[in-house]
Design a protein around this ligand. Structure first.
Ligand SMILES: *[C@@H]1O[C@H](CO)[C@@H](O)[C@H](O)[C@H]1NC(C)=O
Ligand SMILES: *[C@@H]1O[C@H](CO)[C@@H](O)[C@H](O)[C@H]1NC(C)=O
Ligand SMILES: *[C@@H]1O[C@H](CO)[C@@H](O)[C@H](O)[C@H]1NC(C)=O
Length: 254
């Protein structure tokens, strides 16, 4: 009687473990379950038959499948506040990024003289960056051969305005600030545009008529995970195994 109970238990346990490990592999195998982005991003499917050794670990980066795909911390760069004080400005820079090479920032993003703070569990996937040096009427002010302008020291005293405008694309809401810091609202999986315009009443690059800096950034706010969340299914399988084992031991003892 007791032996048959144990045998029955072992059969059920094996079935459960098999089901769970198939589930863990399925989750890691690049199959989309069509739900939220959390379940959309996967790494390469595993070809090795070792079901006990899942390919997705805590540190496996999440392969982006859309601009809204989440990231883990190691896939991001820390937004540097000090680089918003840089004294070298691009005369005309336009950069478009695609999924694979789009920079992802956590903590914050440095605009020109304004730092944009990002909610703790969010990151910014940047799709477009533009930086320009302009004259007072908004025309380019560097000769076409010059790519960067070195700002004259101390010109920040002669800044007449600093305006940063955040546009939340889904709601169409905008937020305009005249400060060196602004916080982005928590708009998970939504697009935004940020534009900073700084105007001076003096030339800011030696020997030019440059007196304005404009910087524009477009991107999407995404979920930032500490580690790969798909690891959870494997943990779950291991936990289930442990529970079953414990029950098994208990049954034997009875
Ligand atoms: C700005 O540049 C444009 C084109 O070079 C020029 O026509 C205009 O006079 C300049 N404005 C100022 C204020 O320098
Ligand atoms: C630039 O700022 C300095 C210090 O505030 C001031 O003395 C100077 O007059 C300013 N220059 C112009 C052109 O406004
Ligand atoms: C950036 O966002 C603005 C505002 O929605 C939009 O007009 C512009 O076309 C976008 N630029 C790019 C390159 O996506």
């Amino acid at each position: 009687m007791r032996v048959s109970t144990v045998v029955l238990f072992i059969s059920i346990a094996s079935l459960l473990i098999a089901a769970l490990s198939v589930d863990a592999r399925g989750r890691g195998g690049g199959r989309s379950s069509g739900g939220r982005s959390r379940s959309r991003s996967r790494s390469r499917s595993s070809s090795g038959g070792s079901s006990s050794k899942p390919k997705i670990t805590k540190y496996t980066p999440i392969t982006p499948t859309s601009v809204r795909s989440p990231v883990i911390r190691s896939q991001t760069r820390l937004g540097s506040r000090t680089s918003s004080f840089s004294n070298v400005v691009a005369g005309y820079l336009v950069a478009r990024y695609f999924l694979g090479n789009a920079p992802v920032y956590r903590s914050g993003y440095p605009m020109y003289r304004c730092y944009v703070k990002v909610p703790t569990e969010r990151a910014l996937r940047i799709t477009y960056e533009e930086e320009r040096l302009l004259n007072a009427t908004g025309h380019s002010c560097l000769s076409s051969s010059t790519t960067n302008g070195r700002l004259i020291e101390g010109i920040d005293q002669n800044r007449t305005s600093l305006t940063t405008t955040i546009t939340y694309k889904k709601s169409g809401k905008t937020n305009t600030v005249h400060a060196d810091e602004v916080s982005l609202g928590d708009i998970d999986e939504q697009d935004f545009e940020i534009k900073t315009v700084a105007q001076y009443n003096v030339a800011i690059v030696e020997g030019t008529s440059c007196s304005r800096v404009e910087k524009t950034v477009n991107g999407t706010m995404i979920t930032l995970y500490e580690t790969n969340p798909n690891k959870a299914s494997v943990l779950y399988a291991n936990t289930a195994l442990l529970v079953l084992f414990t029950i098994g031991v208990a049954l034997r003892v009875l």
